[in-house]
Design a protein around this ligand. Structure first.
Ligand code: ZN
Length: 398
């Protein structure tokens, strides 16, 4: 593996210049029409010369045909208590099955979330019990309450199969390793309950490592990266075939994970620090490190991570982050994790019903059908498959 600390950040400039030059040169020379592009895949060559109507039509066509996947949707605890039912429009939520249908959003990772507290046996136990309630509610929603419209996917093959059947796809990610407590067997327990990623920390350090942000009385940093137990958890996740999620972790924790993990990792909902300089976002070195291990950054639509406080972000600012990550890391390493129902959502991309707007903006910016398919889930599914493969190989490589 390449040491991400020694990667030259300027390599990407050349690549992004090539892409831009191509668009500018072909447009300036009037070559766009000469190229005779007609398929969905030729948007890069065409978009500069397309009218709004043409852009909208092409975007609709692409959006309808590709699998669209969002890696991060939170659930307020009140809905867990009530019994999660996403079958009807719920004005208190940004993601429900009605809005997903309206916005052409096919697949969503639901977050089993626990907020960070101080570390002791009692708080571990409380977080663990809360996590189990989340699992229960998501299972009940996918397998009983809304089983006619959605099903739970446990693998990338499941995702594709369920999508092709016409149902929506539910998946589970655990946001915060806190409920693992000090019991490594809970990683497998969560895997067996359907979790396919764990976000190692939330806000505030936990028993696994340092966070990028403090939380109430829990400061961000304590150890300078992962703890020994955190390293064991990464190894156990690799063994099981669970994706390690680096969103929320401190920079030191990020690099500890990059070096420790046998498999590619994801950032399930993060932005680009170059565009919004908050510690929660990933800088260009980190984006390149994700690329170097074949991982993926799922760009977040949370105002505070898209624009600095007091600046109003919108869908264009969000897609600017996608653009930047593509320029730094490449088209194969970027996706979408909106953070709906957890603070995400921006003018133009307010909720799951507005997903087409993202595709439209990508078309307008010259992304091809294949590019958009990668961003809307293809890259994430590739990483997930690699994580599954790595888990099978682990016994041979250790
Ligand atoms: Zn989060």
């Amino acid at each position: 593996m390449i040491n991400p600390h020694f990667i030259q950040p300027n390599e990407y400039v050349e690549k992004s210049m090539k892409r831009r030059n191509f668009i500018e040169l072909t447009a300036a020379a009037g070559m766009v029409n000469m190229l005779g592009c007609s398929s969905e895949n030729d948007t890069e060559k065409k978009s500069e010369s397309m009218g709004e109507q043409e852009i909208n039509t092409l975007a609709q066509k692409i959006h309808k045909n590709i699998l669209t996947l969002d890696t991060h949707d939170d659930i307020e605890y009140e809905f867990i208590e009530q019994g999660l039912d996403l079958g009807t429009r719920n004005e208190k939520r940004q993601v429900d099955l009605v809005k997903m249908e309206e916005g052409g959003l096919d697949a969503v990772f639901f977050a089993v979330w626990t907020g960070q507290k101080e570390l002791n046996a009692e708080t571990y136990d409380e977080a663990y019990k809360t996590a189990l309630k989340y699992f229960d509610a998501i299972h009940n929603m996918c397998k009983n309450i809304n089983a006619d419209k959605i099903d739970l996917a446990l693998s990338p093959d499941d995702v594709v199969r369920i999508w092709k059947s016409g149902k929506k796809v539910g998946m589970i990610g655990v946001e915060n390793g806190f409920p693992i407590g000090e019991d490594i067997s809970r990683v497998k327990e969560f895997y067996d309950l359907g979790a396919r990623y764990i976000t190692i920390t939330h806000m505030g350090y936990n028993q696994l490592g340092d966070s990028s942000d403090p939380h109430g009385v829990v400061p961000a940093r304590k150890y300078g990266g992962l703890t020994d137990f955190g390293k064991d958890v990464i190894r156990e996740m690799n063994r099981l075939g669970m994706m390690v999620d680096v969103s929320h972790v401190a920079r030191d924790t990020f690099y500890d994970i990059i070096f420790k993990s046998y498999a590619p990792v994801i950032a399930s909902h993060s932005g680009c620090r170059a565009l919004c300089n908050v510690p929660r976002n990933l800088d260009d070195y980190q984006l390149q490190a994700l690329k170097d291990i074949n991982g993926v950054v799922q760009i977040v639509a949370y105002n505070g991570y898209v624009k600095l406080p007091k600046e109003e972000a919108d869908i264009k600012a969000f897609v600017d982050h996608i653009d930047h990550a593509v320029e730094v890391a490449g088209i194969d390493y970027v996706g979408i994790g909106a953070d709906f129902d957890g603070g995400g959502g921006l003018p133009g991309f307010e909720d799951a019903s507005k997903c087409l707007n993202v595709t439209t903006d990508l078309v307008r910016r010259g992304y091809s059908r294949d590019d958009i398919e990668k961003i809307w889930g293809g890259n994430l599914l590739r990483v997930w498959r690699d994580v599954e493969k790595a888990s099978g190989k682990l016994t041979q490589t250790t």
